[in-house]
Each structure stands twice: as structure tokens, then as C-alpha cells.
Design a protein around this ligand. Sequence first.
Ligand SMILES: Cc1cc2nc3c(=O)[nH]c(=O)nc-3n(C[C@H](O)[C@H](O)[C@H](O)COP(=O)(O)OP(=O)(O)OC[C@H]3O[C@@H](n4cnc5c(N)ncnc54)[C@H](O)[C@@H]3O)c2cc1C
Length: 367
Amino acid sequence: MSTLYDVLIIGGGPAGMSTAYLCHKHGLSYLVLESGKAIFQGIANSYPQGKLVYASKPKDAPEPFMVEELRPPDKPVTVESYLQYVQHFVQHENLNVQTDVAFEDIRDERDGLTVVTSRGSFKGRKVVLSFGSNIPRELSVYGDAKMVAKNVEDATKYVGVKTLVIGGGNTAADVVIAILKTKREVNDSQPVYWAHKSEKFDVNKETAQRLGEEILLGGNIRLLPGAMPRIGEVDEEGVDRLVIRINEFKQVDGIDLYHAMSFPMQNVIACIGSQGPVPIFDKLGVQTIACTAGVCKIAKEGERLVLLSSEFESTRKGVYVIGGAISPSYMKISEGAICEEKHPNLIYTAINDAYHVVEAIRGKLGR
Ligand SMILES: Cc1cc2nc3c(=O)[nH]c(=O)nc-3n(C[C@H](O)[C@H](O)[C@H](O)COP(=O)(O)OP(=O)(O)OC[C@H]3O[C@@H](n4cnc5c(N)ncnc54)[C@H](O)[C@@H]3O)c2cc1C
């Protein structure tokens, strides 16, 4: 029979790792399930290189950082050194983490909850959802083959192959730059194709400058504006391929002509942005409330906010939601009333949510 953990933690960012550390400290059994290659993958993916990490705290927040061990230093350090520090800390404390495991669903069982993941099922009495706010969008293409990378961990993987990067923003541009640079350094003449569904790419000045520099230094790039990923198919040799339409000619007889390219999916990286967690809440049957005119100050009219108790428990019993996943606001049930609660997306908030949730769970489990 599989282990029944007191707490299963989904996502190993500041919220999830603080939850893990506090469980560890208080003798609760727990397991962190992180979809990335390492803990703090969300931060590693979203912060630009060399960015300083600030120990920001909202002015009106009464509490100090409740987990000192994971707080960024007062004198800001680069994201690389903060990540290195956190990795050491987690190793030193021997916190229980499984990486490369993507959360998919939760099922109710008689003695707790079963969490379904890409790598099998896990059982827990309580589940803490701390998967942050940046859920990568999936490519919506027809067909069975859909799995493409969403970021680049090791650009050398793309040396010697024609690579396709999809997406028109800064993240896609950063990926293009990283691969161009790696290819250039080893004299690889295979190009990087950069595709975007619209005709215009949309990057900031600083990113555009770095890209321009890379091209001038000899980076081999082919732009594919107005290109649409269409089909994910498995070819005769069993290779998953992505077919991307690069242009289209409407004919008067109603038969359209188009050009398309087909890339092995393992050479494709899709940086097509992220979405909020509402589709996941819907899938889990966790209740959300739509903001109507005049009800919400932070969220816009029509936006849906997750409904939580003052202890961050969702309408699904035993399932808690914390950190960036409920920022910038959620609906709080308190003393019989429901109102929008401000929840800034900060490391401070993520850490302190973890503290309150672990206290609530300890109370419920009598530890
Ligand atoms: C560019 C940038 C700069 C920032 N700078 C600062 C700063 O200086 N100071 C500050 O206080 N805040 C800063 N923030 C905000 C801060 O990073 C977030 O508030 C914080 O990371 C939220 O922590 P979290 O644990 O809730 O989510 P995340 O850090 O997003 O962690 C969530 C984790 O869950 C994992 N995950 C996602 N989906 C799944 C799944 N299906 N299954 C398993 N795991 C999953 C992700 O890989 C990730 O590791 C910044 C944010 C950005 C984008």
C-alpha cells in the first residue's frame, strides 16, 4: 500500500518549500511534488538573469517573515545566488521533494485524498496547492502529439538540429538568444526558426538589443511571422512532429494553399505565455466567484476569484491554496461574509501563507 502523507504539497516555490520546511519542523509527514527539474523552478524560469531579489513586504502587513530561513536577504542578492542558497538549505534540511512530477488531479478517498500526477498517484490527508500563478499555456494543436518544451534548461541539446521557438514575447526572445549563442559558440550552422502567430514580435528594448547583438555576432535566425502551429502528428518512424503553417493563400475556388514546416517535437520550444490557475480550480471542482460591478477593488469585473476560508482552505475539504496561485486577490469567507482579500504576489506572502496553513493543519490533525 502507498504511503499516506499528512500533507502533499504541489509546487516547490517559496510557498511550497516553506510549507515543507514547517511540516518537517513540526513532525508532519509530507512530500513536495514539483513539475520542474528543481525546486524554485517557477522563479528560475521567470526572473531575468542577474535580477536582484528583494525582501519586499507590503507596508500594511503586520507580521515579519514567518520563515526566516527562506526569506531573501535585506541587502538584495541576484536571483542566481538566492536560488543557490535555497538549494543548499533544502539539501541541508533533507526536505522531501520529488521533481519532474506534474500535478494533474485530486480524488477523494475514504481516508484522505489521492493526488494524480504525471508519475503516478500519491495519498495525503491534506493537499496544499502552491503551484504559483504562471501556469504555462499548452499548444492547442490537433492530433495526438502535443508535448513540447516550454523553456530551455540546456541549450546544448539543440546543437546540430534545426530548432523552432514559438511565441512573440520576451520569454521566447530570451530562449532564441540563448540557443543562438550556444550554437554560435560551437560553430553550428543549423538555424533557429522563430515563429509567432501575429505579424509583429513584441519584445522590450533591452531584449531587442541583446537579440540584435547576437544576430550581428553571426547568430543564424529565421523569422516566421504569421505562423500557426496546426497539427501534432506521429510520423512513419514513430517521431512526434509539429506541423506549423507558415503562410496561406486563399484561392477563389475555395481551396486554400499553404506552406507548412514539420519539426520533430523534441526540437520545439513553445513560450506562448501563461494563464492563471482558474482552469485548474474548475477541473478540481474548487469554487470560484465572478466579480460583479462594485464588489471587487483589485480584480476586474467578470474575473473569477477562488473562494477560501480564513485558513486558506478551499471549498474542497482538505485542499488548501496559497502563494502566487491566489494573487493578486481571492474571495475570503470570514465571519459569515465573503469579500475580496488583497494578496500581493510576493515571496513574503507566499512564505507567510505557508506558516498559517501549516498552523491550521496542525490544529486539524492534532499535532
Ligand atoms: C520577474 C519577477 C520578479 C519578481 N521579483 C520579486 C522580488 O524581488 N521580491 C518578491 O518578494 N517577489 C518577487 N516576485 C514575485 C515572487 O517571485 C512570487 O510571489 C513567488 O515566487 C510566489 O511563490 P509561489 O511559491 O506561490 O509560486 P512560484 O514561485 O511560482 O512556485 C510555484 C512552483 O510550482 C511548480 N508548478 C507549477 N505547476 C505545477 C504542477 N502542475 N505540478 C507541480 N508543480 C507545479 C512550478 O514549477 C514552481 O516551481 C517576482 C516575480 C517575477 C515574475
